[in-house]
Design a protein around this ligand. Structure first.
Ligand code: ADP
Length: 150
């Protein structure tokens, strides 16, 4: 059984995140989406709301699970017995950060990171921009996975 975690803040979970998980399902038997809560930054969406949005997005897809976690990402991976970390790469700006984390995680535990390039249609989509739009009262349904309503 090949299991990966897909960790992130997901504040909110966007169609870009959704696309990475969907594509990851052709590589892994099971993907555990992990909402990391160890950051000091305050989120716009509560963890309960983020869990609900992700459950809505993957309703009927039994190979996708979702949980929140309060630990280091690699400790979460070990706790759910995942051998891989799945991540998405949008721009060159994401690259250095992802590489540093991936190298650290592999050095500490042997867990490999698998990175998928974002579909070009979604590469401009970010949770940060989605939050900015919401704060100015804009509709962000085009940024969300199908079947997800805020
Ligand atoms: P983090 O705070 O760990 O960066 P995010 O919730 O922003 O968490 O992102 C989680 C993962 O999803 C990261 O690998 C990120 O690069 C990827 N990601 C974010 N936005 C998109 C997108 N539009 N398309 C594909 N992958 C994305």
């Amino acid at each position: 059984m090949k299991r990966a975690i897909f960790p992130g803040t997901f504040d909110p979970f966007t169609i870009g995140h959704y696309s990475i998980v969907q594509r990851g399902l052709s590589l892994f038997d099971e993907i555990v989406i992990g909402i990391g809560l160890n950051q000091t930054k305050k989120s716009l969406f509560s963890v309960e709301k983020r869990l609900e949005m992700i459950r809505q997005a993957f309703e009927g897809e039994h190979r996708v699970k979702v949980q929140s976690y309060n630990s280091l990402t690699i400790d979460f991976a070990l706790a759910v017995q995942a051998e891989y970390v799945l991540r998405g790469l949008r721009t060159v700006g994401d690259f250095e950060y992802e590489r540093t984390i991936a190298d650290t995680n592999r050095k500490l535990t042997g867990i490999e990171t698998v990175i998928l390039f974002t579909e070009s249609d979604y590469s401009f989509i970010s949770s940060t921009v989605a939050r900015d739009l919401i704060s100015f009262g804009k509709d962000i349904s085009a940024f969300l996975p199908p079947n997800v309503v805020l």
